[in-house]
Design a protein around this ligand. Structure first.
Ligand SMILES: [Zn+2]
Length: 483
């Protein structure tokens, strides 16, 4: 049996793993590489296999770095079933249709630029226009029709149920606690059990249930996004959020929160709703400027089966934690553009969370040199992204080709993360060792540390070893034999 690490190996994005049992070939995730130019380039590299020979795909969750290349896989000949939870199925439709549309728009703009004689050199483009340009310079990877074909191949599975995947292979989804529908995937192939962690959520995060702790596996692939790092306590992040809102109110300013449309935005609405209910902040108007987030919230509402007890209890009392009472939903682009003329103070939550594109960039353009504005980061900023540069405190940035001074306030919190931090990751992996010794049945023979930047992977590795587990940090496209 062989396992190939085709993405999410020494990187956070592009998750893709291929299990080849000799009689079945099963993919877990088929994600897009995002972030720095070097990573984005990998989306253009041919698949490491013939997609027609893949029997099935198991999808952990609907984030683009886990599902983003599925339509490309289908357009390249994949015909097997795609197994996903009901909520992941719906959210994936939203994410992939949006991705197809963006690629088409970018390609059109790129064609216009090359018509005007621009160089098309990725490095030059990066220097002058920022990292978001990198997805714009090529042909689209897939069309809306490819997305619809892919969605037609999804088979919904329920958490906890074992289901047949391919010849001699079964699967089971467990709560991952990361976003709605997210799953830890347990695969049984012959005598062996391989657990793919997907993205593991934070204990106690809003809306979704906490990640399941599993007890037995022969091999584990474990995410390491926050290896070597510990989140500040959520209560501290809530304090900073409240302080920032109150300061924005007093200064008559604007608070801009870049946020991923799926997961983080719903979590932030939940937090803002709680602060308001506790009367810790004034009821500032909130512009929810992300049509994608609005659609995602509608999907969240349809999947109460994935909610945790706290969220269910609130809903039962008619307190809707997915709704901020003073939200103005600006799905129309004209309404979005009009926000800058609104009476201050106010807040904007807009996508995307790493400032690599989306409406948030237009707001940033308006606010970057405004000392009464605050940019509050509430999520992970990929290496090399505009968000990461601003977080590091650079005083000048390039936005849409123009040099801009950074004069707005920049604040960051990490207690709202949708990912487990290192202590939580170690707590999760130690579930496999509890009451067992190396060599016992169900004690993992090896833990593969994936889905992390190299620093994070290397920080986490010795701590996993200290639990008595053998570890490996696989390289991109490395193949290992499982005994
Ligand atoms: Zn994710």
């Amino acid at each position: 049996m062989e396992l190939a690490f085709l993405g999410g190996a020494t990187t956070v994005t592009g998750s893709q793993f291929l299990l080849d049992t000799g009689s079945a070939r099963v993919l877990v995730d088929c994600g897009m590489f995002q972030g720095s130019p070097n990573e984005v380039e990998r989306n253009r590299v041919s698949f490491a296999y013939d997609p027609r020979e893949i029997d099935a795909l198991l999808l952990t969750h609907a984030h683009l770095d886990h599902c983003g290349l599925i339509p490309h896989l289908v357009a390249s000949g994949f015909r097997g079933p795609i197994f996903a939870t009901a909520a992941t199925n719906e959210l994936t439709g939203l994410v992939l249709l949006d991705a197809a549309k963006l690629q088409t728009e970018f390609a059109r703009r790129a064609a216009r630029r090359s018509h005007r004689g621009s160089s098309g050199d990725p490095e030059a483009a990066l220097r002058t226009r920022g990292p978001e340009v990198l997805v714009e310079i090529d042909e689209p990877l897939y069309s809306e029709a490819d997305v619809l074909a892919a969605l037609g191949m999804v088979r919904q599975v329920a958490y906890g149920d074992e289901f047949p995947v391919a010849n001699g292979v079964t699967g089971r989804m467990h709560d991952a606690g990361h976003i709605l529908g997210s799953a830890i995937v347990e695969v049984r192939a012959g005598e062996r059990t391989i657990v793919f962690s997907g993205d593991i959520g934070r204990q106690g995060s809003p809306i979704v249930r906490d990640p399941s702790v599993l007890a037995n596996a022969d091999y584990v692939l474990m995410e390491s996004t926050y290896g070597g790092r510990e989140h500040e306590p959520e209560a501290r992040s809530v304090d900073v959020l409240a302080e920032t809102i109150n300061a924005t109110n007093e200064a008559g300013g604007v608070l801009l929160i870049p946020s991923f449309a799926i997961g983080r935005t719903q979590d932030m609405i939940w937090e803002l709703d709680r602060l308001l209910a506790a009367k810790r902040v004034p009821p500032l108007p909130l512009y929810l400027d992300s049509p994608m987030a609005s659609k995602a919230t509608a999907i969240y509402r349809r999947h109460a089966e994935s909610f945790d007890d706290e969220t269910r209890a609130m809903l039962a009392q008619n307190d809707d934690p997915l709704d901020y009472p003073h939200a103005k939903i600006t799905n129309d682009p004209n309404d979005s553009r009009a926000i800058k003329d609104a009476a201050r103070p106010y807040m904007i939550v807009a996508s995307n969370g790493m400032l690599t594109g989306g409406r948030v960039l237009a707001h940033l353009r308006d606010l970057i040199d405004d000392p009464s504005a605050t940019l509050l980061f509430v999520g992970y900023q990929g290496e090399g992204t505009l968000g990461a540069h601003l977080q590091q405190g650079v005083k000048q940035v390039v936005i849409d080709g123009a040099q801009r001074q950074v004069r707005c306030r920049i604040r960051s919190v990490d207690g709202f993360s949708a990912h487990a931090d290192e202590p939580q990751l170690l707590s999760w992996i130690s579930g496999f060792t509890r009451g067992k010794r190396p060599g016992d049945a169900g004690f993992p023979r090896e833990v593969f540390i994936v889905h992390g930047d190299p620093d994070a992977e290397h920080a986490l590795e010795p701590k996993v070893r200290a639990l008595g587990l053998a570890t490996k940090i696989p390289a991109w496209r490395e193949r290992v034999t499982l005994s």
